[in-house]
Design a binder for this molecule. Sequence first.
Ligand SMILES: [Zn+2]
Length: 247
Amino acid sequence: MKNEFPANCWDWLRALFFPPKCLCCEERVPPDRLFCPLCAGKLPEEPNRRILRLNNGREAPVLAPFTYEGGYRETMLLYKFGGYRVIALRLGVPMAGLVKELPKWDWVVSYVPLSPEGLKDRGYDQSELLAWQVARHNGLEVLRLLEKVKKTKVQHDLGLEERKKNLLGAYRASELARGRDILLVDDIVTSGSTLKECASVLYGAGARSVCCLCAAVSKAERPGSGVEQAGTGGSEETETGEILRWL
Ligand SMILES: [Zn+2]
């Protein structure tokens, strides 16, 4: 992955007051760098690519720049649970860069929303802030296409079947999803259950295609979760075949 991006004047101005740090360690870095030279040398050449196979027979690719581990995991924990919403400005950069790997479709950016209670507790929706960054760097529009309508238990405490049951009916899609090519942003993908449910609901509302973008993929997957490495799950043509060829 690239370790540089075109920082704008606001990034440089912000750096005067809040010097940016490497996303994997405490080292200070220039505003147009995400990682210090040491951590940059350990970055993967390629992003993580997965395919979620949905119950309705459709598929949704998942792209994530990095793995949820080490110092990057610590940074994501600070972002998600430590109240450091400003980190979205930097976490969103490598995610936004992945859009260039996709077909030049008329993408609209959306995200996996928190419940109203979750938003009240946290004060910000971590996936929404990342969605805005993905959109900003690519000149795309953000639409809130999903609503969380059911209170769910914390997913990582549950087995695979319990996860599915927990999420059933948890999200509702807007009719604005009809006919759209949707980049669905979430912070971390683990089993993929949440993204599968959200992508299914969006397809149910008439979405033309759904591609998921996450800041990190967690290795803590459960066997048989339905998440597969791209290219290992058969090559039959599907309605998302055009996307899959790009992955
Ligand atoms: Zn570093």
